[in-house]
Write a protein that binds this ligand. Structure first.
Ligand SMILES: O=C(O)C1=C[C@@H](OP(=O)(O)O)[C@@H](O)[C@H](O)C1
Ligand SMILES: C=C(OP(=O)(O)O)C(=O)O
Length: 408
């Protein structure tokens, strides 16, 4: 199935209710369980990834299919390792290609027992839950921060606590910081200096928690304003001005692409200033989920770019580097990559395809990053539009509300 998307001729001022953050929701569900909290979490995300986590906590089964949700797979692998019982956990075809050995090795060294059910190093997993001894451990910090967040959250429940020594350049660092801040909210303070994180033996204290809006989802609205007419403005609701979400960096980064943003009592208002840089360069090691938004925005603003720090993009919902090369190529943008960690557009173009259908590769961010391009390219198709439910189920409805025509 695919949809045809067409943008309105003119965008005026409008307001959007953003979805709740799935990263925060999935951490709070784990922390609520570990603190035996009686308080329901307020404004929990309605994304597939959070539903996948909730379904596990509401189930009587010992076998779970968490679909395509990376955080759910990683956080639950650690969580279930300390819950007495035998558990199996599987996921989508893609999830079975996303590596998990760093986390499994770590848990096995900390006193856990986890086996691979199919391919060595990848889900599905059989987990024999027991109490974990914990202690000191060295592990790579440059593959996925989710392994580290997963270990940190169960750290206080380990017999000897936990001391992690991270090797390599730490990737997605703000997500580790977010985990530590939320743990602190539940009464457990860790210590992070250089590449060493120390977690004390402690009991979490239940708290009443509310999930703020998702800054990664906000990025598509920054993109819409960047690609629209000067004077266009949107007010985004529910974002935290002092958020621990690393993707809040989007506001500063989009200044270079002609979007001004300002907080008021109503929310965060973005306006198109009509002034953008001649060139865009950024290292996305801290904000990998924003890379697609920037690649598509820059291309359609005709701004040559050099995006670096992209090595983790190859093991996300799809190989996002290759997916961007393929799909921007359909619109005539000739991109270069070392096929490892960068994506470059020097301004080279060829003729765009006729009747474009953007493939989404089961990746919500491919659909959401390309949809705003309708403001620059008159009508094209997007394949498998329902992928957006992974993080932002109301995405298409929200576009329709501001005048996008979405048919099919
Ligand atoms: O901890 C989290 O909530 C996330 C961490 C990041 O993953 P990596 O640490 O694998 O880069 C990010 O891409 C993902 O969408 C959510
Ligand atoms: C990479 C993502 O999610 P996850 O790794 O949790 O599947 C994402 O939402 O962009």
């Amino acid at each position: 199935m695919s949809i045809t998307i067409q943008a309105p001729k003119q965008l005026n001022k409008f307001t959007v209710e953003l979805p709740a953050s799935k990263s925060i929701s999935n951490r709070l569900l784990i922390l609520n369980a570990l603190s035996y909290s009686p308080h329901p979490i307020k404004n929990l995300s309605d994304s597939d990834d959070t539903k996948a986590m909730l379904q596990v906590f509401n189930s009587n089964s010992n076998h779970f299919d968490i679909g395509a949700a990376g955080t759910t797979m990683r956080f639950l692998t650690a969580y279930l390792s300390k819950i007495v019982g035998e558990w199996t956990i599987t996921g989508s075809t893609r999830m079975k290609q996303r590596p998990i050995a760093v986390l499994v090795d770590a848990l096995n060294q900390l006193g856990g027992k986890i086996e691979y059910m199919e391919k060595e190093g990848y889900p599905p997993l059989r987990i024999f839950g027991s109490s974990l001894t914990g202690g000191e451990l060295e592990l790579p910090g440059d593959i996925s921060s989710q392994y580290i967040s997963a270990l940190l959250m169960i750290g206080p429940a380990m017999e000897n606590g936990l001391k992690l020594r991270l090797t390599g350049e730490i990737t997605s660092r703000p997500y580790i910081h977010l985990t530590l801040k939320l743990m602190e909210m539940y009464g457990v303070k860790c210590h992070w200096k250089d590449n060493i994180i120390t977690v004390p033996v402690a009991n979490y204290k239940p708290v009443e928690a509310k999930v703020e809006s998702d800054w990664s989802a906000a990025s598509y609205w920054f993109e819409i304003i960047a690609l629209s007419n000067p004077g266009a403005a949107v007010t985004l609701k529910g974002l935290d001005r002092y958020s621990w979400q690393g993707d809040s960096a989007v506001a500063e980064l989009f200044k270079k692409l002609g979007v001004h943003s300002k907080f008021s009592a109503k929310g965060l208002t973005l306006t198109n200033t009509g002034e953008s840089a001649g060139k865009f360069s950024h290292d996305f090691t801290k904000e990998p989920d924003l890379a697609q938004t920037f690649a598509v925005t820059c291309a359609f603003l005709n701004i040559p770019f050099n995006l670096t720090g992209l090595h983790t993009l190859k093991i996300k919902e799809t190989d996002r580097i290759q997916a961007l090369v393929n799909e921007l190529g359909k619109f005539g943008f000739i991109l270069n990559t070392n096929n490892k960690d960068n994506l470059v557009w020097k301004g080279d173009k060829k003729e765009a395809d006729t009747d474009i259908e953007v493939a989404t590769y089961k990746d919500h961010r491919m659909a959401m990053a390309f949809a705003p391009a309708a403001l620059k390219h008159k009508s094209f198709k997007i394949a498998d539009p329902t992928v957006v439910t992974k993080s932002y189920p109301a995405f298409w409805e929200d576009l329709k509300k501001i005048g996008f025509e979405i048919t099919g």
